[in-house]
Design a protein around this ligand. Structure first.
Ligand SMILES: *[C@@H]1O[C@H](CO)[C@@H](O)[C@H](O)[C@H]1NC(C)=O
Length: 623
């Protein structure tokens, strides 16, 4: 209902070229030939993604803005209004307190853009006006104009002088705050957000402009998030090239130089420190047309997805990249940090727009979203709290966080980790990557019940499916008639895909790992039925062909071991695999000679599970 209100009300008031975005960039990106839809154009209608979204929105509408403003107000010399302090990574004593608030701004703004929800909008606006008041009090605290954070500006002086020892990562925090303000500006149209953001951006220029190149490169050895990304985006939003100059100061030579030559030098690097700067490289390419940036971003993606990722799409162990293809020796409790996958998916969207005919991007997106990120949220928690890592050791349980977050799922006020923040962002934008478009038509990247309002064309696409429980999805097309091409991702995991229009089978190429194209004059009421047959497959660890994950179509399965201790990978008889229901994703198998039930890994909560098995025999030829 909110969607309709937004589409018919606010939507008509803004220029149609905006396609839903409240404030759009003044500089168009170059080097792209396709686009993702603005978040306001798509809503979920049913299923696990919608349920995840509802849980996260309920937390977003519950959380107390005064508590989130506490560390800002305390640092900028304002009253904390009697609010309670947060714990975890937002505690007043935590070195990089105030990093999480930008995630809330992004998530609230996404909630508003999708649904027109007034609570999300007003929470974002009061957060921003609280931040504006903090920034305005800088004179009284001796801070430079534009500075805004929950810790003293002297941390930057210490960082620049090489004497910062508190564990703070100050540019990482500034990036998060600026990214949240940017989203509140462009998704909600919040004028204060623009004011606070541009004032911060000027401060970034002042702070970095006085450093030599080598001083700046030293600064970049401390995690700085996507400062190159957000500064480039501010350039695209405003057209002021000063911001692009500042963005380039955050090009990290030690990481970019090997990637530009397609060298894998990731071993030992803190993983989530790298991915946001690769997203920045992609944006810098789109802002400058400098092909070196494109190589850096594409090579980083290819190296990470091929040589550093687990079957669930996640990467890293103990937050770090290991040697290329080293997977089997690192299946531990602290694998697959959530943020890394969230950021890899952002990078994936950026790269697809440069190379839209390639399905590798949304094959990876589907794999990682479904098997890692959606499943990281606790389905039994009404606030949708998430895990930090997704453990892949035999007999693991979900809900493993760092000890300082309580060692389990995130909580309302006492964890506030990075992965809680990216979890809020991800679960408030699950609909945003289902569809894309180019000058010739529409891309269907993913299969999820949803409604796309393609306002630029006057077309609505309603996707109905219980995918992945069912292998069939239906697209109902309504609105303005016209000729365009429907491009449907035929995933690399399927075989024997079929497409029909109004019940008539279409004679089109449906090669796995390609987009199938159906071109016609579409009329309101047309129905497209897509069948993507699923079967069992194995995904081997890169470095051990005998250690495998079982997948059914796109769905990574795990063995449900209840409360039994499992300390090494059981050997699964591949020929024993059977689907036990036609409507639910339930399976049986034999491993180490005993029956084990298999379920989607995204449902693996509340019991000990196994994702990587030893194997014997061969997969059944039919299910
Ligand atoms: C392109 O970007 C790379 C990486 O930052 C830089 O080294 C190079 O000088 C740039 N080239 C041009 C022509 O600006």
């Amino acid at each position: 209902m909110n969607f309709i209100t937004k589409a018919l009300g606010v939507g008509l008031l803004v220029a149609t070229a905006v396609n839903g975005q409240a404030v759009k960039p003044v500089v168009a990106e170059s080097g792209v030939s396709a686009w993702m839809f603005d978040i306001s154009q798509t809503v979920l209608t049913d299923g696990r993604w919608k349920q995840n979204e509802a849980r996260t929105l309920s937390y977003l509408k519950y959380v107390d803005v005064d508590r989130l403003l506490y560390v800002f107000r305390a640092n900028h010399g304002l009253s904390t209004n009697g609010a309670s302090q947060n714990g975890g990574w937002d505690a007043p004593s935590f070195p990089f307190r105030s990093h999480v608030q930008g995630h809330f701004l992004t998530a609230w703004s996404q909630c508003y853009a999708m649904s027109g929800d007034s609570t999300c909008k007003s929470k974002a606006s009061s957060m921003v006006s609280g931040m504006l008041a903090c920034q305005k009090n800088n004179g009284a605290k001796g801070y430079t104009t534009g500075y805004l954070s929950g810790f003293p500006e002297s941390d930057f002086t210490a960082l620049e002088g090489g004497t910062l020892t508190s564990g703070n990562v100050p540019w990482y925090v500034i990036h998060k705050t600026m990214a949240g303000l940017l989203d509140a500006w462009r998704n909600i149209g919040d004028a204060n957000a623009k004011t606070v953001l541009l004032s911060m951006a000027s401060w970034v220029n002042t702070r970095t402009g006085k450093l030599s190149n080598s001083q700046m490169q030293n600064v970049l050895n401390t995690e700085f998030g996507g400062m190159n990304d957000v500064m480039t985006q501010i350039y695209l939003m405003t057209g002021d090239s000063t911001y692009l100059t500042v963005a380039k100061r955050f090009d990290h030579n030690a990481v970019f130089a090997p990637l530009s030559k397609n060298q894998d030098s990731l071993n030992g690097l803190h993983a989530n420190t790298q991915v946001p700067k690769w997203i920045g490289a992609a944006k810098e390419y789109k802002a400058t047309s400098n092909a070196t940036y494109k190589s850096i971003a594409v090579n980083a993606w290819t190296i990470t997805t091929n040589a550093h990722s687990y079957s669930i799409g996640g990467n890293s162990q103990a937050e770090h990249f290991r040697a290329p293809n080293a997977i089997s020796g690192y299946l531990s409790t602290d694998t697959a940090e959530g943020c890394n996958s969230y950021n890899m998916l952002k990078l994936t969207r950026e790269l697809w727009a440069m190379d839209p005919g390639s399905t590798k991007y949304f094959d990876f997106y589907e794999r990682t979203l479904m098997n890692h990120l959606v499943g990281a949220q606790n389905p039994s928690d009404s606030h949708g709290h998430v895990t930090y890592f997704s453990s892949l050791n035999p007999g693991a349980t979900r809900g493993l966080g760092p000890a300082w977050g309580g060692g389990t799922y995130s909580t309302d006020y006492d964890s506030m980790w990075c992965c809680q923040g990216t979890g809020l962002e991800q679960n408030s934008k699950l609909a945003d990557s289902i569809y894309g478009y180019d000058s010739s038509g529409l891309y269907v990247h993913m299969f999820a019940p949803s409604v796309l309002k393609w306002t630029a064309k006057g077309v609505t696409v309603t996707q109905s499916t219980t995918f992945p429980a069912s292998d069939t999805t239906t697209l109902a097309i309504s609105g303005t008639s016209g000729s365009w091409t429907l491009k449907i991702r035929i995933p690399s995991w399927t075989s024997g895909a079929t497409i029909s229009v109004n019940g008539v089978a279409q004679n089109v190429q449906v090669t796995p790992g390609s987009y199938a194209s159906v071109t016609r004059t579409w009329a309101s009421g047309d129905t497209v039925t897509i069948k993507l047959p699923m079967g069992f497959r194995t995904i081997a660890a890169n470095d051990n062909s005998n250690l495998v994950t079982i997948a059914y179509g796109p769905v990574v399965l795990c063995g449900n071991y209840g409360s039994s201790t499992v300390s090494s990978a059981p050997t699964l008889d591949l020929g024993s695999l059977k689907r036990t229901s036609s409507s639910a994703l339930t399976f049986s198998a034999t491993a180490n000679g005993a029956a084990v039930s298999m379920v989607p890994f995204f449902e693996g909560h509340g019991f000990k599970y196994v994702v990587y098995f030893g194997k014997s025999g061969s997969l059944p030829t039919s299910t």
